[in-house]
Design a protein around this ligand. Structure first.
Ligand code: BES
Ligand code: MN
Ligand code: MN
Length: 455
């Protein structure tokens, strides 16, 4: 039996197992799900053990790490597969057509929180590897699987785990499927990810909410002030005004610009897909350049004042917001957080108190755009998807990828199986059944292709 035949024969069983995996509400950001996180990690561990992996769940300062290993030939390449079993919060729940942790297939899609980001994609590799083990009795490469539970909260404890377990994680290359394809029936290989810097701003004014008639005009309104501060984060050309923000940003290379130009793009379709009347962004750049290769600054949420039904005439006592900045190579998240803090404190008027909390984030990465690992991955994609991949980048972040290079000295191959309209981090997250199947097939082919690489 070939691995593809094995996959075909086990289609129903595989979907059932995926559904089990998806049923754990493994929301890393919320402490109420701590037990669910552990249960999900244990389930994963048992599942990997049943396939034949040597497995272990490692506790961390946060949520546990699942590690699995299956050695082959010491002269064969060692491949470190990475994925995450944690998912984003599900709110707003009322917008989901089916419950986020009760997976459902509708219209050719699997719907569930985490099905695309990243349980479903991680599961493709688990099932692909299983198909090789079950049909060949062994693997042609040495496999290490590192599946963490804190990616969606910036992988806070994983760098320390990696530093402590350098020997355990020693590998020739890393493989990550936590991105998207370029489009439907158009797979891609991703050669760059943006980084992230995260700050929270709190503006405090009067010691309690005040009557806006009795006090309005004499006391600064924290919501007004915060809004003005947010407005001064960009200039009229859409550039970020934080001093030094672009200090380490290099111009986009000619090669990169050319790659992006080769990719099909319809502004009308893009606008329609996200439901906006017009696109918006930094002047002088194309949409792909804006989202993949330029740094940005965005408010993710804002709080303050009266939100309830009807009116309430007050000057709120405080206001706050969460700001994230997407970074490009050579921008340091800690440095950018510091620069943002300095600027925000400088533009704050004396009439309020401003506190900035810095959270750091992730470093942007570029991975090699050629070489034998990438070629092996491209061959596997061709076999799994029936089509050679295009070169692309992603605007999102996978914090640990930079650490794989920095701490372990390994490059990462980024091959995504999802689609940009799979609603990751949104209600009704989904993954096409066909992308799941093709992802499994790609993953089933990948070990043999990677085994061809001379190390
Ligand atoms: N899988 C995503 C990264 C991603 C998003 C890749 C979109 C390609 C397209 C990952 O799970 C993610 O959401 N990362 C966070 C990291 C953050 C919490 C530090 C992100 O990018 O916001
Ligand atoms: Mn992810
Ligand atoms: Mn995510």
């Amino acid at each position: 039996m070939t691995p593809f035949e094995y996959l075909r024969g086990a289609e129903k069983k595989r979907m059932g197992e995926l559904f089990e995996f998806l049923s754990f509400p493994s929301v890393s950001a919320k402490s109420e799900h701590k037990k669910d996180m552990k249960a999900c990690a244990d389930w994963l561990r048992n599942h990997l053990s049943s396939i034949g992996f040597k497995t272990r769940v490692y506790p961390t300062g946060g949520h546990p790490v699942v590690f699995a290993e299956l050695a082959s030939d010491p002269s064969a390449p060692t491949v470190l597969y990475y994925g995450h079993y944690d998912v984003q919060p599900v709110e707003p729940l009322e917008l989901w057509k089916s419950a986020p942790f009760k997976p459902q297939v509708r219209g050719g899609y699997i719907y569930a929180r985490g099905v695309c980001d990243d349980k479903g994609q991680t599961f493709c590799h688990i099932k692909g590897l299983e198909s090789v083990i079950k049909t060949g009795g062994t693997l042609p490469i040495n496999v290490k699987l590192l599946i963490e539970g804190e990616e969606e909260v910036a992988s806070e404890n994983l760098p320390a785990f990696i530093k402590k377990n350098r020997a355990l994680l020693k590998a020739d290359v890393a493989v990550v499927s936590d991105t998207t394809q370029f489009g439907k029936n158009l797979p891609g290989v991703t050669f760059g990810l943006r980084g992230l810097a995260f700050v929270e701003v709190t503006v405090t004014g009067p010691n309690r909410d005040l009557h806006s008639g009795a006090f309005g005009g004499a006391v600064a309104n924290p919501v007004n002030i915060l809004a003005a501060m947010i407005a001064s984060l960009h200039d009229k050309n859409g550039r970020v005004t934080i001093p030094g923000f672009y200090q380490h940003v290099k111009p986009i290379s000619k090669w990169e610009k050319q790659q992006f130009k080769k990719l099909p793009f319809s502004e009308a379709a893009y606008k329609k897909a996200v439901g906006v009347p017009a696109l918006h962004g930094e002047k002088g750049y194309t949409t792909f350049e804006r989202v993949w290769s330029r740094p940005t600054c965005d408010v993710n949420g804002i709080k303050g004042g009266y939100q309830g039904e009807g009116g309430k005439t007050i000057i709120p006592s405080s206001a706050s917001c969460k700001i994230t900045m997407r970074l490009v190579p050579d921008q340091d998240p800690v440095d950018i957080c510091r620069k943002a803090e300095k600027y925000l404190l400088k533009i704050a008027p004396k009439s309020v108190r401003v506190k900035v909390t810095k959270h750091g984030g992730a470093t942007a990465v570029m991975v090699p755009t050629d070489g034998p690992w990438l070629e092996a991955a491209a061959r596997a994609i061709k076999k799994g998807f029936g089509r050679a991949p295009v070169f692309m980048k992603e605007g999102g972040s996978i914090p640990i990828v930079a650490d794989f290079k920095r701490i372990l000295g390994v490059n990462t191959v980024l091959i995504g199986f999802g689609q940009s309209d799979d609603n990751v981090h949104s209600p009704n997250e989904r993954l096409r059944v066909i992308d799941f199947e093709r992802g499994c097939k790609t993953a089933a082919t990948l070990p043999a292709e990677l085994a061809k690489v001379k190390i």
